[in-house]
Design a binder for this molecule. Structure first.
Ligand code: HEM
Length: 462
């Protein structure tokens, strides 16, 4: 039924007549769209987006949820006059991450926490992490060349989790801890579960893993307080605001848990990047040439990486062409508003659809194709830049944009430099489409690869 209540339509899209309801599709009573969503969140949202347009409604986890996609609608969803993240995500997601974690905060509490957290991602901090990243990657790259033919996704997972636990828990970068890595994966897999807490359910196992990891993190904090480490956990402990305020021990424990788990997204992004490079020899050779011409065999530095323009376009485009995450965390609609002539009632939930925005054909010509040069300054439109939301939108200090974006940039760049200078790879025929029922997408067949060393070992010195 149409409604005529007085609300602001800030979309700028002219609409004649009374406000309409958000379009939606029939869903079963009680369960709504939850099972279809849990089975394949990216596919489900992409299909609904295509069918229903830039603002539509689904019903998940017992809540009506407005979904926004495309640069205009996505940015509307970031408007904190109408949307709040405070305690808005599904209860089971808040339970796994902790209801006091930064994605579920708003207002002054959010800004304080984010300003402290971002101190673990300054250029100075990233520079200090480069040594650990390079050390783990060099070890893994040698291992991969020895294996020759293997499935890259499980290897990438082991590699990424060792980087994460070294940076955020201070584990030895020369050793892997598969049980620790598995525990983080089990905990985060609980996001996409039916929230029934029994010992044998996905959700129950996620909570058990979370509890064991909380203890492990407490132990790491104890160790760090007695050491002079400069890793990411040490930076969280040392982080201060101008007024001297700092993170409490509980806040450090909560956010460290999220930081390590967030590395699963990096693994997705690395897998897609490796996939695109292996499938597009023209891009791979052009990028290799840029790396060799610009960096030679010299050490990898942040400044050196910043000078690699094509590399910047390649890593940007790989995150667009194969979205790692389909959506943002949830918000609550706090004020009735309107978008494009559609009424958005207060009290319902809302999400920003990342996948649909990155693959919007009104913004990106031939959106499924991997075309790094679409980001050339003379080709990239403002609309394109506004639609590049793999890490969320807005700014990292002012909005819920990903805290680890710069670290992810660094991982993707370092991976390209080390792997292209000294190694080469190709793929046998296989299914490259993304996994469906996973929080972070990776190539479905595990990315079977043939990999070898190119020349003598010229691994970069840091
Ligand atoms: C390619 C890798 C990554 C991708 C694609 C990614 C993507 C995202 C997305 C989509 C969000 C949610 C934005 C929203 O709700 O509006 C997010 C939030 C967040 N990410 Fe990442 N992320 C990545 C890596 C990382 C890493 C490595 C870390 C930390 C080590 C990290 C830490 C966070 C944190 C703390 C938040 C919550 C920020 C907030 O609520 O203010 N992410 N990320």
């Amino acid at each position: 039924m149409a409604s005529n209540i007085l609300v602001t339509d800030v979309s700028g899209i002219p609409s004649a007549g009374p406000l309409r309801r958000l379009p939606t599709k029939f869903a079963l009573p009680l369960v709504g769209d939850s099972f279809a969503f849990l089975k394949d969140p990216a596919g489900f949202l992409a299909t609904r987006a295509h069918e229903l347009g830039p603002a539509f409604q689904i019903n998940v986890f017992g809540h009506r949820t407005a979904c926004f996609w495309g640069p205009e609608a996505f940015h509307f969803f970031l408007d904190e006059r109408y949307f709040t993240r405070a305690s808005a995500s599904p209860a089971h997601v808040q339970k796994i991450l902790d209801a006091k974690a930064v994605p579920f905060l708003d207002g002054a509490r959010f800004k304080r926490r984010k300003a402290l957290l971002m101190q673990a991602f300054t250029p100075d901090a990233l520079d200090a992490y480069l040594g650990v990243l390079e050390r783990v990657l060099t070890r893994y790259a040698r291992r991969w060349a020895n294996l020759g033919t293997f499935a890259w996704v499980p290897e990438m997972t082991a590699f990424g989790m060792t980087v994460a636990t070294s940076l955020f828990l201070g584990t030895n970068p020369d050793e892997d801890d598969p049980l620790l890595a598995r525990a983080f994966m089990t905990a985060f897999e609980g996001f996409l579960s039916v929230p029934i807490n029994l010992p044998f359910t996905k959700y129950g196992r996620a909570l058990q893993a979370r509890d064991a990891l909380r203890e492990r993190i407490e132990h790491a904090i104890d160790e760090h307080e007695a050491s002079t480490s400069t890793d990411a956990l040490a930076r969280l402990i040392d982080a201060r605001l101008p007024n001297g305020d700092k993170l409490s021990r509980e806040e450090i424990r909560i956010e460290t848990f999220h930081f390590v788990g967030a590395y699963l997204a990096v693994i997705g992004a690395l897998s897609s990047l490796a996939m695109f490079l292996g499938r597009r020899p023209d891009v791979k050779e052009r990028l290799r040439q840029e790396i060799v011409d610009t960096l030679g065999t010299g050490p990898v530095t942040l400044r050196g990486l910043a000078g690699l323009e094509y590399l910047g376009r390649v890593t940007r485009e790989s995150r667009r062409a194969e979205p790692v995450l389909p959506m943002t965390f949830f918000a609550n609609v706090k004020e009735p508003c309107a978008y494009g002539g559609m009424r958005i009632p207060a009290g319902i939930k809302a999400i920003g659809c990342i996948g649909a925005t990155l693959q919007d054909e009104r913004t990106f010509a031939d959106p499924r194709s991997f075309d790094p040069d679409r980001w050339l300054p003379e080709r990239a439109t403002d609309r394109q830049h506004a639609a590049w939301v793999p890490h969320g939108g807005g700014g990292p200090f002012t909005h819920h944009r990903c805290a680890g974006e710069r670290l992810a940039d660094l991982m993707l760049s370092l991976f390209s430099v080390v792997m292209l200078r000294d190694y080469d790879w190709s793929f046998p025929r296989q299914d490259f489409s993304p996994t469906a029922a996973a929080l972070f997408a990776t190539p479905r067949a595990g990315l079977q690869v043939q990999l070898q060393r190119r020349t003598s070992d010229r691994s970069p010195r840091v």
